[in-house]
Each structure stands twice: as C-alpha cells, then as structure tokens.
Design a protein around this ligand. Structure first.
Ligand code: FE2
Length: 157
C-alpha cells in the first residue's frame, strides 16, 4: 500500500481528510448557530447566556481552525465555502432562536452529533495509525462530554 509524505496510508488518509471536512462543515454551521443565540437571546438569563454562548463560539472557532489545519497537515484541502458546509452538515441552521432553553437544547443535540462523528474519526484514525488526528479527537471528545453534562444540568436533565 502507498504511503504519503508523513508515512500514512494514502487511501486511508484521503478518507480521513474527507471525514474531517465533514466534521468541519458541522462545526461551521454549529458555530454560526451559536453566534445567533448569543445575539438573539432574551429573558431573565440574558447576561449569563450571552456570555456563555460567546465562550462556546470562541472555543468552536479555535477547533474549526485546528480541524482545517489537520486536513492540510494530511495533505488535503479544507472545505472553505458555506455552500459546501450547507451540503455536508448534518447539523441544521437554526434561525431566530431567542429562548435560552431552546438554544441550550439545540446545543446539546449538536454536541451529540459532533461527538459521534469524532468517535467515528477516532476509530478511523486508529485504524490508519494516525496518532495526530486520534489525539485531537480524543481531547475534543472528553472535553465536550463534560460540557454536555453541564449544559444538560442547566436544562434540569
Ligand atoms: Fe458579542
């Protein structure tokens, strides 16, 4: 089997890059949804949630850049057009959400999708001996599982 410039199986690396681009697309739509929550939230918890959503979208943005640069590190091109994101993202656009609980519920649901995708990538990366992608996914999963616990606690779940 052919190996690429960092010693990874060429075909498996191509599949990994494609799955990472799929993940990136989900992150981009998720990111824009959370910006919308930050802007449009109303009610008693405005100050708390406005800040919380900013903290979340800042973190998503960091991960967006890391995922895109991982695709480049693997020798492929990261998706960079909203039309592509819309086509690939399983997370739907959320418009005009001003209710805090609804926003939080959407966030928990989106994290569920993102974490599952990352777990699939973790397995793919393990199979391809791609330690770099593996470590990245592993860090994201444990961090976000904890975030989901806290957000669900906020929702009384
Ligand atoms: Fe702001």
């Amino acid at each position: 089997m052919a190996k690429n410039f960092i010693g990874l199986d060429t075909e498996k690396t191509e599949q990994l890059a494609s799955a990472l681009n799929d993940l990136l697309s989900n992150y981009q739509i998720f990111y824009m949804n959370v910006r919308g929550y930050h802007w449009n939230i109303k009610g008693d918890n405005f100050f708390e949630l406005h800040v919380k959503f900013e903290e979340l979208y800042d973190d998503l943005l960091l991960k967006i850049d890391e995922i895109a640069e991982r695709v480049l590190t693997l020798g492929h091109r990261p998706a960079h057009a909203y039309s592509t994101y819309m086509e690939k993202s399983e997370i739907p656009e959320r418009k005009d959400v001003s209710d805090g609980k609804e926003a939080m519920g959407n966030i928990v649901e989106s994290f569920g999708k993102i974490i599952s995708k990352q777990r699939e990538l973790l397995n793919m990366a393990g199979d391809a001996d791609d330690e770099g992608t593996n470590a990245l996914m592993s860090d994201y999963i444990s961090e976000q599982e904890k975030t989901v616990w806290m957000y669900r606690s906020y929702l009384g779940q």
